[in-house]
Design a protein around this ligand. Structure first.
Ligand SMILES: *[C@@H]1O[C@H](CO)[C@@H](O)[C@H](O)[C@H]1NC(C)=O
Ligand SMILES: *[C@@H]1O[C@H](CO)[C@@H](O)[C@H](O)[C@H]1NC(C)=O
Ligand SMILES: *[C@@H]1O[C@H](CO)[C@@H](O)[C@H](O)[C@H]1NC(C)=O
Ligand SMILES: *[C@@H]1O[C@H](CO)[C@@H](O)[C@H](O)[C@H]1NC(C)=O
Ligand SMILES: *[C@@H]1O[C@H](CO)[C@@H](O)[C@H](O)[C@H]1NC(C)=O
Ligand SMILES: *[C@@H]1O[C@H](CO)[C@@H](O)[C@H](O)[C@H]1NC(C)=O
Length: 551
């Protein structure tokens, strides 16, 4: 009886997966140069369909996203989808380790599914220093209908893409780094590509609110270097989601948003109807750069008060704020890691990888950044393609770095940095930052549990301080100066995945690596074969396409 019932259920599930193909959303992007002048002086920017920031990608969990990108720049281009997991499909990840660049004057169509994800994300151009020039936009994933969301529908929702701004063009910045220099401080902070100079000037509000209504804001730090504090005059924010997880709904006067991080908050229009300032200001910098924008109430004429809320000081404040972020365990939502990592605190750790960042000058005197002593460079042949074609040994060497480097590393080796990981291993990654600047990392292909963060060096006894119950599952992690952060995750997504510094200078000069996770059974259940539409380049360009590797 029971068994019959189960097989009926299984049949239905099977039928559902076969019949109901998930909906598609289509975009066509024309990527070109344009000019922006948020602080008066013109700068060459990267526009998408003439927009800066670029158009949003809007979808629901499990939708298939198709983006046909026309590269009208005079240089190669790739887009990466920050926080999107691309399950079984690192082919679409859009980093130089997984894909050949889209050449000038050509187009390429990305196809990926936002499987089991919800929340606030963004995309950006991943090559060189393109991200400092634009090509960035929001990507929001709604819950599917019928899946309850743990807060009432807002009246409307709005983006706040915030980030530091360099007045120099991306090519000028690249030249500085190629010549061995450092970028130094940015020149300002932008909010949605703009900056309000005079709060009492003739400013166009980002949006207007109806008294009494609640609004949802999607905030991402899309910048190149600095952590930003985000705050709104007179309007505390209720945090509801961060990087794909519904959080415990605490109220905050301001939020520290490290580079690459996203938060979704609610604000309620319950103040005097007038204009209010929105502020994003740099943290942990020798002097503070501030970006401002305006929001308003419908029909309100009165300008914002000039008494602006102050930013917090010290990074301890930031660390303490991090400790208040908790996962809402009772909220239902798509869960990215279905098999058991919900109870992540009860799984035995099979491998501990320590990641130590360092900075040094190479033999020619040029600045390089490294992870465990290896400063990554992208070979002409994407790592993933070399692996698939069976010629990895001609392009890179696995495991140049050790899992447990002991001391601050002064010597730096410049080479492709690829770590081999075992499929389905439950690992602990400890980030140690012996430098005086805040680090921010993003891991593609996964979300992980950010379980601990403290000042000092990490040691195994620090595990006693881990949050093993309701740590937020996310995809970026900040590491404070002379501090460590620890994450737990299951390597259950086969592919070639980029772990990188969110700081443009560090990333460009080598503070990134790839983690290779292969399906031991070479099963299509675990990873897709090379898509027929994939571009090939480098040493595999003229080789015959291998017979499908996965079955
Ligand atoms: C794309 O943008 C470029 C530069 O602005 C323009 O010359 C071209 O006509 C545009 N192409 C399309 C298909 O809109
Ligand atoms: C965004 O996507 C959601 C869910 O797929 C849909 O309900 C909504 O109408 C879309 N909004 C826009 C502006 O396309
Ligand atoms: C380029 O765009 C055209 C449509 O304008 C499309 O048919 C073609 O498939 C695209 N090429 C690639 C490689 O995506
Ligand atoms: C968590 O989500 C549940 C279910 O949607 C909701 O009722 C509850 O208020 C949320 N808890 C907190 C502390 O935010
Ligand atoms: C975890 O390790 C402990 C000690 O080695 C062992 O007793 C326990 O059975 C393991 N748990 C699981 C779920 O494998
Ligand atoms: C990578 O790890 C897997 C699983 O542990 C192993 O089977 C494989 O031989 C390793 N490959 C290399 C190149 O080290």
């Amino acid at each position: 009886m029971a068994r019959a019932a189960i097989s009926v259920v299984m049949l239905c599930l099977f039928a559902a997966t076969v019949i109901a193909e998930d909906p598609y959303v289509y975009y066509t992007w024309n990527v070109s140069y344009g000019t922006i002048s948020p602080f008066g002086a013109p700068k060459q920017a990267i526009l998408i369909n003439d927009q800066f920031p670029g158009p949003e990608i809007n979808c629901s969990s499990n939708n298939n996203i198709v983006v046909n990108v026309f590269n009208n720049l005079d240089e190669p281009l790739l887009f990466t989808w920050h926080g999107i997991q691309h399950r079984k499909n690192s082919w679409q990840e859009g980093t130089p380790g997984t894909m050949c660049p889209i050449l000038p004057g050509t187009n390429f169509t990305y196809k990926f599914q936002v499987k089991d994800q919800i929340g606030t994300y963004f995309y950006y151009p991943s090559l060189g220093l393109h991200r400092t020039a634009g090509g960035i936009g929001g990507l929001r994933i709604f819950s599917r209908l019928l899946i309850p969301v743990p807060y009432p529908d807002p009246e409307a929702e709005h983006w706040f893409l915030i980030g530091d701004y360099y007045a120099k063009s991306h090519t000028a910045l690249k030249q500085i780094l190629d010549n061995g220099g450092s970028l130094g401080m940015p020149n300002g902070v932008l909010i949605n590509g703009e900056n309000v100079k005079h709060l009492h000037g003739d400013n166009k509000p980002q949006f207007t609110m109806k008294p009494g209504k609640t609004y949802k804001l999607r905030i991402c730090n899309v910048g190149s270097k600095d952590s930003l504090n985000f705050r709104i005059q007179g309007h505390p924010m209720t945090l509801v989601e961060t990087e794909g997880s519904h959080t415990v709904q605490n109220a905050y006067e301001s939020l520290d948003v490290h580079v690459g991080q996203c938060f979704t908050v609610l604000i309620t229009a319950n103040q005097e109807p007038r204009e209010y300032a929105v502020i994003a200001s740099t943290r942990f910098t020798p002097y503070i750069l501030e970006g401002k924008a305006i929001i308003s109430y419908e029909g309100a004429k009165k300008h914002a008060s000039l008494f602006l809320p102050l930013a917090p000081i010290t990074w301890f404040w930031s660390l303490n704020q991090f400790r208040t972020f908790r996962w809402n365990l009772t909220a239902s939502a798509a869960r990215p890691n279905p098999q058991g990592s919900y109870h992540y605190g009860q799984i035995n750790i099979t491998r501990t990888i320590k990641i130590v960042n360092s900075v040094a000058r190479d033999d020619s005197g040029k600045l390089r950044y490294a992870i465990n002593g290896v400063s990554h460079v992208d070979p002409e042949t994407p790592l993933k393609l070399a692996q698939y074609y069976g010629v990895a040994d001609k392009v890179f060497q696995y495991n140049l770095i050790s899992d447990s480097p002991d001391e601050y590393i002064n010597k730096i080796t410049v080479a492709p940095n690829v770590l081999n990981a075992t499929f389905r291993d439950f690992v602990e990654i400890v980030f140690e930052n012996p430098t005086v600047s805040v680090q921010s990392y993003n891991l593609d292909g996964y979300s992980f549990f950010l379980v601990g963060m403290e000042e000092g060096r990490w040691s195994p006894d620090k595990r006693e301080s881990y949050n093993l119950l309701d740590a937020v599952s996310r995809h970026t992690v900040q590491v404070f100066p002379n501090s460590w952060s620890a994450i737990l995750l299951t390597f259950d997504n086969a592919g070639m995945w980029n772990l990188r510094s969110e700081n443009a200078e560090n990333r460009y000069l080598g503070q990134q690596m790839y983690v290779s996770v292969l399906s031991p059974e070479k099963s299509l259940r675990d990873e897709y074969n090379l898509p027929l539409t994939q571009q090939v380049c480098g040493i595999v360009k003229d080789m015959p396409v291998p017979a499908p590797v996965y079955h």
